[in-house]
Design a protein around this ligand. Structure first.
Ligand code: FE2
Ligand code: FE2
Length: 254
């Protein structure tokens, strides 16, 4: 309780101050570490050694679990918990999935950019596919993997033109690297090509900031099509369990 306890209820701002102080305090007896990747995002290939960090924080141990500054995750987290507590933005995914309600492949559209919203932009299709691979039909993860490459190549017959947004973001002369082109060429003849293409078709119309979308509308679809492990994502010993754990505990020392 705050200093005012027993005299009058705390104001909202006092409550916020107290929460902030408590959260700082909760972390203050542990040392949260920034991995090399976080430093590279600031243009430095650098890491501080454990010894140096502990010398700067005498008497403290390293954080080896949940970071109290981040939203709390349940002990057995489900996909929905990651949507709510770890995905930085979900409007684009929900809008894509809403479009897909007419065309099908809703789960693929709902999850197509989870690599971007939870983890990293570079090669987001590959990261996203790998995260969900143990829990979805092979068609869904395959389509999410290759949508990244297909987005750079038009297919007028499927109603997909090169995105104006990409011209705006990457310049008129941008050409994808050979590995992207090769992925596209492989994907063109694949049996699930149209699923990945549909992700692209629903993708480009999915940036309306005023669209009304709600995660609750997709809970049933997730329940039917995403094999939620009873142990919780991260604790079920699949090839991507470690990735879910890293999203949960990004500042663990090891
Ligand atoms: Fe994408
Ligand atoms: Fe997208």
């Amino acid at each position: 309780m705050g200093p005012q306890a027993g005299t009058r209820p705390m104001t909202i701002s006092e409550q916020a101050d107290e929460l902030e102080e408590r959260m700082m305090h909760e972390l203050s007896d542990k040392i949260a570490t920034k991995s090399v990747l976080f430093n590279m995002a600031d243009g430095k290939v650098a890491m501080e050694s454990g010894a140096a960090l502990q010398a700067q924080n005498p008497g403290k141990y390293f954080l080896m679990g949940a970071d109290p500054r981040l939203p709390k995750m349940p002990d057995k987290p489900q996909l929905i918990d990651f949507f709510k507590q770890r995905f930085a933005s979900t409007a684009h995914l929900l809008q894509s999935a809403t479009h897909a309600l007419k065309a099908g492949h809703v789960l693929a559209c709902l999850l197509h950019d989870i690599g971007v919203v939870s983890f990293i932009r570079c090669d987001h299709g590959y990261w996203g596919a790998q995260l969900i691979e143990p829990y979805v039909d092979e068609e869904v993860s395959w389509a999410i993997r290759v949508h990244q490459a297909l987005r750079f190549f038009p297919d007028e017959s499927a109603g997909y033109a090169y995105p104006d947004l990409y011209r705006k973001y990457f310049g008129p002369d941008y050409k994808p690297e050979p590995y992207i082109e090769e992925e596209y060429q492989r994907a063109r003849n694949h049996k699930h090509y149209m699923t990945a293409r549909l992700i692209c078709v629903n993708d480009i119309y999915s940036f309306d900031p005023n669209a009304k979308v709600n995660l609750d509308d997709f809970v049933d679809i997730i329940g039917r099509n995403f094999k939620q492990p009873k142990e919780g994502l991260g604790f079920d010993n699949t090839p991507s369990s470690h990735m879910w754990r890293t999203l949960m505990w990004p500042t663990r020392f090891l």
